[in-house]
Design a protein around this ligand. Structure first.
Ligand SMILES: CSC[C@H]1O[C@H](OP(=O)(O)O)[C@H](O)[C@@H]1O
Ligand code: HPA
Length: 260
């Protein structure tokens, strides 16, 4: 690619607390469909600084699609068709690790999938051959390093490690389930990390997670989880997430595609 205007856009999938991306200079909006159906919302094209971005609200706009009913295949394929080859999944999560309390930002390095019944591969139906992709490192190393470098330059409390537990939802977990996840080695818990990560990998895209802790996971504090505390943590922490996004965008845009 020879000049700025030909660079591929970076994809941002916004989750809870990030239905729209303030600061994105919007240049267009595209309703689209894919062989897997329609994405959760129209793709919003724009500029974040000098970087072209395609933004997609995971739960729709307004936020109405629960985590187990998101059409992850359509979301990832729509971004792919829009030319995106690097995707940042922004997630609200519960904190399990003792350093990961409300308003803490985490750039996880691993994931464990506890979801069930979700269409989680593009490789099905009438295939010429079976395909088993490598998924040892679910998050792209270069994109992770870029986010970590950007986070270091800001006054945002963050961790550059963590195992994300993807649960089925939409209910939150029991305290015993969280203890089990902890024994499994999980540090944070959310409901949308899978199959999003693996579908991006199947399409050959770079994928990275930028997570904001919005509550202590069940049983990790002396109170039950309320939407009020979640909203408060979003209010407190999402500006840090946005500043990391803004600071990392140009470098994420400069990453060469894994495949074309
Ligand atoms: C109590 S909020 C739960 C909701 O928030 C997270 O969404 P996302 O990952 O899209 O930010 C979590 O996965 C649940 O869907
Ligand atoms: O505690 C949680 N559990 C699962 N998903 C979540 N998303 C935000 N908080 C949580």
């Amino acid at each position: 690619m020879s000049n700025e205007s030909e660079k591929a856009p970076v994809g941002i999938i916004g989750g809870t607390g990030l239905t729209t991306l303030a600061g994105l200079e919007i240049t267009g909006e595209t309703e689209c469909t894919t062989p897997w159906g329609s994405p959760s919302a129209p793709l919003v094209e724009g500029q974040l600084g000098n970087q072209k971005v395609v933004f997609l609200s995971r739960h729709g706009n307004p936020h109405r699609i629960p985590p187990h009913q998101v059409n992850y295949r359509a979301n990832l394929r729509a971004l792919y068709d829009a030319g995106v080859r690097t995707v940042i999944g922004v997630n609200a999560v519960g904190g399990i690790h003792r350093e990961m309390g409300p308003a803490h930002v985490v750039i996880p390095d691993q994931i464990i999938d506890y979801t069930w019944g979700r269409p989680s591969t593009f490789f099905e139906g009438d295939l010429e051959e079976t395909t088993h992709i490598d998924f040892t490192w679910p998050y792209d190393a270069d994109a992770r390093a870029t986010l970590v470098a950007a986070a270091k330059g800001r006054s945002v409390p963050f961790s550059d490690f963590g195992v994300y537990a993807a649960t089925q939802g939409p209910r939150l977990e029991t305290a015993a389930e969280i203890r089990k996840l902890e024994r499994d080695g999980c540090d944070l818990v959310g409901m949308t990390g899978m199959p999003e990560a693996v579908l991006a990998a199947e399409l050959g895209m770079r994928y990275v997670c930028l997570a904001l802790v919005v509550n202590w996971a069940a049983g990790k504090s002396d109170h039950i989880i309320t939407m009020e505390e979640i909203e408060e943590a979003i209010e407190q922490g999402m500006s840090g997430v946005k500043s990391i996004l803004e600071a990392s965008m140009a470098d994420l845009g400069a990453l060469t595609p894994k495949s074309s």
